[in-house]
Write a protein that binds this ligand. Structure first.
Ligand SMILES: *Cc1c(COP(=O)(O)O)cnc(C)c1O
Length: 398
């Protein structure tokens, strides 16, 4: 099988990891549910399919396609598909050793933080949580045992940007692995081109794109000891992506570049329309010229060629003001209750727009501002989405 690392994402998303089925001529790939596969007479065929936990044809196709879509992947790059984004993250941490030290962002997807605190701290991992927008803070958190820096950009839910190359340089000076959770920006942001060694995805989000597949992935820029451990953890741990989910994902990925373009264009249109709205205390979207991360976003988030206007992702956050009669939590919840096209739900990256009061979702330990609503801007007509939000914001009388 040839690799597709040198071809455009629009082409790779349709062709990478696929071939016409040689036995039937089927153009759409067959779904192979069999958990076990015929062995050679002397059982020597360990390079082919044996048992579905080790390898499955649909998962292998997906993993090949994921690698080919990741710009900057080397010829020894490896992709691993998991049952969820957090299973991917968990496997990355399981590849470390008790006593190892890692650095994580203080603004990050709360599920990864909970996984670390509830599972990996008792297991023996040591963690420093820092402001990733401050390189000096990252540098001073480095210890002799630091083996990994975890980044997530734009961050969740504050939409802050981390300068990946700056943090990668610090990681590499100390021989640490640089990981980026790139769930929010597939294709738009290419972490391997900014010094990252590993990219993690919740493919539940944009790759799946239709809010109906739970899955995740780790992609290693080049083969390494850690990639070898992750492979082994898949084999003996089994948190793998199921064949049907892999098949569904590959089907969804065919339209990923086109969906990302529209997500980006729609989010920018929504951000521009809501910018300066009197009901809002803040709006966080790196595509706006007055956003503090705009210059970095222009360097780091412009990798999907042909996005007009430029691509800064499909996610933004707004902070609704409190009023004379409502707290910020109440006014934000009232806005979310009044939208009809934006559905009140968690998650992101689907064709449909979603709105979420993040503090309510994150629970009592949340440090997210009270009035913050996170928007996942879908593929509906932008003027309809804007009208829906402007109507909902009328409920906030300041
Ligand atoms: C959703 C999400 C995850 C977790 O992925 P699951 O597929 O839900 O397990 C991790 N990181 C980010 C940024 C996410 O949005």
């Amino acid at each position: 099988m040839h690799t597709h690392t040198d071809i455009s994402p629009e082409t790779a998303s349709i062709h990478a990891g696929r071939s016409v089925d040689p036995t039937t001529g089927a153009v759409a790939p067959p779904l192979i549910l069999s958990t076990t596969f015929l062995r050679a007479e002397d059982y020597s065929d360990t390079e082919s399919y044996i048992y579905s936990r080790y390898r499955n044809p649909n998962r292998a196709s997906l993993e090949e396609c994921l690698v080919s879509l990741e710009q900057g992947a080397t010829t020894s790059a490896r992709g691993f598909a998991f049952a969820s984004g957090l299973a991917a993250g968990m496997t990355m941490f399981q590849a470390l050793r008790p006593g190892d030290h890692i650095i994580i962002p203080n603004d990050m997807y709360f599920g990864v933080r909970a996984l670390l605190q509830d599972v990996f701290v008792p297991w023996g991992l040591r963690i420093s949580s820092v402001d990733m927008t401050d390189s000096e803070a990252v540098r001073s958190a480095i210890e002799p045992a630091t083996c990994l820096i975890w980044t997530e950009t734009p961050s969740n839910p504050m939409v802050k940007l981390t300068d990946l190359q700056a943090i990668a340089d610090i990681a590499h000076e100390h021989g640490a692995l640089m990981v980026c959770d790139n769930t929010w920006c597939p294709l738009v942001q290419a972490p391997f081109l900014h010094g990252c060694d590993v990219v993690m995805y919740s493919t539940t989000k944009y790759f799946g794109g239709h809010s109906d597949i739970l899955s995740g992935a780790l992609i290693f820029k080049e083969h390494s000891m850690y990639a070898e451990r992750v492979l082994r953890l898949q084999e003996v741990g089994g948190a793998v992506c199921a064949p049907y989910d892999a098949w569904m994902l590959l089907r969804s990925i065919a339209t990923l570049p086109h969906r990302m373009r529209v997500h980006c264009a729609n989010a920018l249109a929504v951000a521009e329309a809501l910018h300066g709205h009197p009901a809002l205390a803040a709006l966080h979207y790196p595509g706006l010229p007055d956003n503090p991360f705009h210059a970095l976003a222009q360097r780091q988030m412009q990798h999907l060629r042909g996005i007009v206007p430029h691509g800064f992702g499909g996610m933004l956050s707004i902070e609704v003001r409190s009023t004379a009669t409502q707290t910020a939590i109440q006014s934000a919840q009232a806005v979310a209750a009044r939208t009809t096209l934006f559905t009140r739900a968690t998650s992101l990256g689907g064709v449909e727009s979603l709105i979420e009061h993040r503090k309510s979702a994150e629970g009592i330990h949340s440090t997210t501002p009270d009035g913050l609503l996170r928007l996942s801007v879908g593929l509906e007509a932008p003027q309809d989405l804007i009208a829906d939000l402007l109507y909902a914001l009328e409920s906030v009388v300041v």
